[in-house]
Ligand binder design. Structure first.
Ligand code: ZN
Length: 299
């Protein structure tokens, strides 16, 4: 079933688990995420960065939407790090049920203005909006980018930002970075910052840069009150590690001969993350609630 992010994360918040958002830029990754979710009876989020949408092309999402709509587990199709209203409108036309507007590199006032502009449009058509406050670090290994110095989200700013923009969920900066950390960098999450934000804020909270952080820190963040964790690098790494191995040891060139084993390896990572987020088996809660699937005028 296709839901919007509010419908998905409300249940996660009530039941103290988080849903993984996995970046998808082709049908192999779509299959990996959707099949892993179905095998684990877990909800999942299909995340698509604007550069990934550029690569896949709009028509790909007719397949994505029809695949997840017909599934027995809940999915959200979400634009990750939407950069402006134009890319967000494109995502909505492709049938996405949720978008992120990332104004985190702008001034506080400009971030509020650009986020509110997106919220005003999306509210009318039932599309959920994620905002970001503070900055996510950058390991230099991903398309998502980020900054070299993390600016932690200030709890008081978060309250003001949510009030003024009306966002449905908030990505907070507590010390994670996009990508896989270099060997000499030890990520350390500021749980005290997260605890303070969680106490003061009612809407669901999002952790970006969830790859290659210590499992116990991610699990602790979920316990405190994170409802969505973004994972991209970790599972793609597993996919291409297997792919490199196959290509370097065989003469295969058929997609249906090369990719099945890569999908199996990537699914293992997703299953491990779903266990970490405590989302395994949770799809049943959504089915029991008889939630009305997401619809907008374009889908
Ligand atoms: Zn991100």
């Amino acid at each position: 079933m296709l839901l919007n992010m509010n419908q998905l994360l409300e249940v996660a918040k009530e039941n103290k688990f988080a849903v993984g958002a996995f970046n998808v830029a082709d049908s192999n990754f779509l299959r990996t995420v959707v099949e892993a979710a179905e095998e684990n009876d877990s909800p999942a989020i299909i995340a698509v960065h604007p550069t990934e949408l550029d690569f896949t092309k709009d028509e790909f999402f007719q397949y994505v939407i029809s695949r997840v709509k017909n599934s027995s587990v809940p999915f959200v199709v979400h634009m990750d790090h939407g950069d402006n209203l134009a890319s967000i409108m494109r995502a909505i036309h492709c049938g996405f049920s949720s978008v992120m507007i990332d104004g985190s590199l702008l001034s506080f006032e400009e971030n509020i203005a650009v986020t509110k502009e997106v919220v005003d449009v999306c509210k009318k058509i039932n599309v959920s909006v994620e905002g970001e406050l503070g900055t996510i670090g950058n390991t230099g290994t991903t398309i998502e980018g980020g900054v070299s110095e993390v600016i932690y989200t200030q709890p008081e700013d978060a309250i003001e930002f949510i009030e003024k923009t009306g966002v449905d969920s908030l990505a907070v900066a507590i010390g994670t970075a996009h990508g896989i950390y270099p060997k000499n960098v030890k990520p350390k999450l500021r749980m005290d910052v997260l605890e303070e934000i969680e106490e003061k804020v009612d809407i669901p909270l999002v952790l970006h840069g969830g790859s290659s952080n210590p499992d116990e820190e991610v699990a602790r963040a979920v316990q405190i009150g994170i409802q969505k964790v973004n994972i991209s690098s970790d599972y793609k790494f597993a996919f291409y590690k297997k792919c490199r191995e196959i290509l370097s040891t065989t003469e295969l060139w058929d997609a249906n001969a090369i990719y099945p084993d890569c999908i199996v390896e990537a699914k293992k990572v997703i299953t491990q993350k779903m266990n970490l987020f405590n989302s395994v088996g949770k799809a049943t809660i959504y089915r029991d609630k008889n939630i009305k699937p997401f619809r907008n005028d374009f889908s």
